[in-house]
Design a protein around this ligand. Structure first.
Ligand code: ZN
Length: 243
C-alpha cells in the first residue's frame, strides 16, 4: 500500500464481493489512476455476496488514502435474465455436482461472457479502457468461460463490436488460491488479508454465518473448499503471519 506511480488509465473491475474480485480491485487500485466497479444481480443463491460489496468498498477506502483517492463509482446491473435460463445450482436449489461433461451444476452457460459484454458497454459509457476480471484457469472449477483463451477472444470481440481498444486483464489467471491470498497480502498487507477473511463472500450456498479461519461459509461446497484449501496452503507457507 505504498504509493506507486499510477498508470494514467482508468479501469472497470468486475466486483462481486468475493475473495477473487476483491483482490482484483486492490490490484487495479494499485495500478490505475481511476477505478470503478461493476456487479451483477442475477438472482444468485449466494446473493449475500452483493450485500458485501458496499461495505468492502468502504473498508478499502479506509485502508488506504491512495485507494480512496482512486476508487470511483460503483455500478450494479440487473442481469436477472440469467436466472430465467434455469437448471443451474447457482440460481436454484439444484444440488452442486458434476455432469457427464465434467461441468459443475454451478455453471451458468454464457454467464461470464454476458458479464464481459455488459462491462464493456458500461466501460464505453464511462470512458474506461481497462476491464479487470477475476477469471482463473489454475484452480479451474470447470468453467470454460473463465479460460484465458475465452477472455482473449472476448477482448477481440468487444473491441471489434464496440469499436474500442479495451484491454481485458485477469491478474489471477495463473494463480492458485494460495497465491491469491499471497497477492492480497502483497497488495495490502495483513490488514487487507483480514478484510478479505472477514468481509468477502465466496460460499455458493450463501452461508455467511459459519465462521472459519479463512472466512465465512458452509465449508463444504466447492467454492468453500477451494478457499479453505488455498488459505491453509498460504498459511503453511507463511506461518509467521498466522493470527
Ligand atoms: Zn460454501
Amino acid at each position: 500500500m505504498t504509493e506507486v506511480e499510477a498508470i494514467d488509465r482508468s479501469a472497470l473491475v468486475l466486483f462481486s464481493g468475493g475473495q477473487d474480485s476483491t483482490t482484483c480491485l486492490a490490484w487495479a487500485l494499485e495500478r490505475y489512476r481511476h477505478v470503478e466497479t461493476i456487479g451483477f444481480d442475477y438472482g444468485q443463491r449466494h446473493a449475500v455476496e452483493l450485500t458485501c460489496r458496499a461495505p468492502i468498498r468502504d473498508a478499502m477506502r479506509r485502508l488506504s488514502p491512495v485507494w480512496n483517492a482512486r476508487l470511483g463509482d460503483d455500478h450494479l446491473l440487473d442481469a436477472s435474465v440469467i436466472g430465467k435460463i434455469g437448471n443451474t445450482a447457482l440460481t436454484s436449489d439444484a444440488a452442486i455436482e458434476f455432469d457427464a461433461e465434467g461441468l459443475p451444476t454451478t455453471f451458468v452457460p454464457g454467464r461470464n461472457l454476458l458479464f464481459l459484454v455488459l462491462a464493456g458497454a458500461v466501460a464505453v459509457r464511462r470512458h474506461l479502457t481497462i476491464v479487470v476480471g477475476g477469471m482463473c484457469e489454475t484452480d479451474f472449477s470447470g468453467y470454460p468461460d473463465c479460460r484465458d483463451d475465452t477472455v482473449k477472444a472476448m477482448q477481440v470481440a468487444l473491441n471489434l463490436g464496440m469499436n474500442r481498444r479495451f484491454a481485458l486483464e485477469t491478474p489471477l489467471m495463473w494463480l492458485d488460491k494460495a497465491a491469491t491470498w499471497r497477492l492480497a497480502e502483497a497488495l495490502g498487507d495483513q490488514v487487507f488479508v483480514d478484510l478479505i477473511r472477514e468481509q468477502t463472500h465466496t460460499c455458493y450456498l450463501g452461508d455467511h454465518v459459519t465462521r472459519h479461519a479463512w472466512g465465512f461459509g458452509c465449508g463444504t461446497c466447492p467454492a468453500c473448499l477451494l478457499r479453505a484449501r488455498g488459505y491453509e496452503t498460504y498459511r503453511s507457507i507463511f506461518p509467521g503471519k498466522t493470527t
